[in-house]
Design a protein around this ligand. Structure first.
Ligand code: UFG
Length: 340
């Protein structure tokens, strides 16, 4: 089976846009869908600057079945990579209905349309959050899914279950559930990167805004975790590596279809303070910080075992934390007010 024309929902976002670049580089034909809720249309021009190609774009909310159907009808699609979704953990606690409606609604719409238009391959943007509060690390794909600590995470667990059931009911449906750990970094050109609205929730964009003086200091949420230096440990993966993981997954589905689950991380845990130091070293800049109280819902440690992805996809992360720190800062400096 050859997969060529790939619908990429949420294709102008942080991970989606980088994946579109990776797909173009490998000769795939991405067709981008995004409702611009959390992305800018100008990202298309930046994709063109980097790749020399301007992908076909639909400004569509994936919950709008009639609008999304047009993208299916007008293109002979071979596969869908479904990134589109709301992702702010804190907001999901305050507005659960918004998160369940949008994230489940868009996934179900994509699934219905894949069924109607006989698209047999779906790659889903899942998350390490499906492991909930881990009993031990590293996390293996065979570890149990636990109650997620917030509605956002719960939508990832639910969508994984929906896709599994769909694959069980239809043996011709191939599903890849990709569990991302903590994506950071940006395109080395400085043209694409993480562009959060308002004050960043996640560590790396926060550090970047401190680095350029937009925020006075980093708040380190807790130094009394059960970790070597007391600060939280995560598995930070460069977004370019993560994007390449999607291409490797499509290649796997082409020759060996079925239902597959992969952790996409580096296999290595890094603490908050280690990331701060790596950032300082990579960019020759000091990051002031203050230790503050723990953030509710945070876990001590979360990192992946990624052997399965290497064994079955031939993929592993090759870029370092320093590479990611350099690329994230480069993006921040070139886009002081985000992508405009
Ligand atoms: N942290 C700080 N200060 C900040 C922000 C974060 O100290 O300003 C700490 C957190 O306490 C945590 C670490 O930095 O120890 C990473 O926090 P992030 O918010 O960057 O990332 P999380 O691990 O909390 O969450 C990320 C994604 C979620 C996803 C989860 C999967 O944001 O979407 O990984 O495990 F669900």
């Amino acid at each position: 089976m050859s997969l060529k024309r790939i619908l990429v929902t949420g294709g102008l976002g942080f991970i989606g846009s980088e994946t579109v670049i990776a797909l173009l580089k490998e000769g795939y034909e991405p067709i981008v869908v995004d409702d611009l809720y959390n992305a800018k249309e100008v990202v298309l021009d930046r994709i063109e600057t980097i790749s020399g190609r301007h992908p076909l774009f639909y400004k569509i909310d994936c919950c709008d079945e009639r609008a999304l159907e047009a993208a299916f009808k007008e293109n002979e699609l071979d596969a869908v990579i479904h990134f589109a979704g709301y992702k702010a953990v804190g907001e999901s606690v305050a507005k659960p209905t918004k998160y369940y409606s949008n994230n489940l609604g868009s996934a179900l719409t994509v699934l219905r349309l894949c069924n109607r238009y006989r698209i047999h391959s779906i790659v889903f943007s899942s998350s390490a959050t499906v492991y909930g509060v881990p009993e031990r690390v590293p996390l293996f794909e065979t570890d149990p899914l636990r109650d997620a600590t917030n509605p956002y995470g719960e939508t990832k667990v639910m969508i994984e279950r929906i896709l599994r059931d769909a694959a069980k009911a239809d043996p011709t449906l191939n599903v890849a559930l990709l569990r991302y750990f903590n994506p950071i970094g940006g395109h080395p050109s400085g043209l694409l990167g993480e562009d959060p609205n308002g004050i960043p929730n996640n560590l790396m964009p926060y550090i970047c805004q401190v680095a350029v003086g937009k925020l006075p200091y980093l708040r380190v949420y807790g130094d009394d975790y059960k970790t070597p230096d007391g600060t939280g440990v995560r598995d930070y993966i460069h977004v370019v590596d993560l994007a390449e993981g999607h291409v490797a997954t499509l290649k796997k589905l082409e020759k060996d279809p079925g239902l597959v689950v992969y952790n996409l991380g580096t296999g290595k845990g890094t603490s908050v303070l280690e990331l701060v130091r790596a950032f300082e070293k990579a960019n020759g800049i000091e990051i002031p910080y203050k230790i503050e109280a723990r953030r509710p819902g945070d876990v001590d440690m979360n990192y992946a075992n990624c052997d399965k992805a290497f064994r079955e996809l031939g993929w592993k992360a090759r870029l370092t934390i320093e590479d990611a720190c350099r690329d994230a800062y480069n993006f921040q400096k070139k886009n002081p007010n985000g992508i405009e």
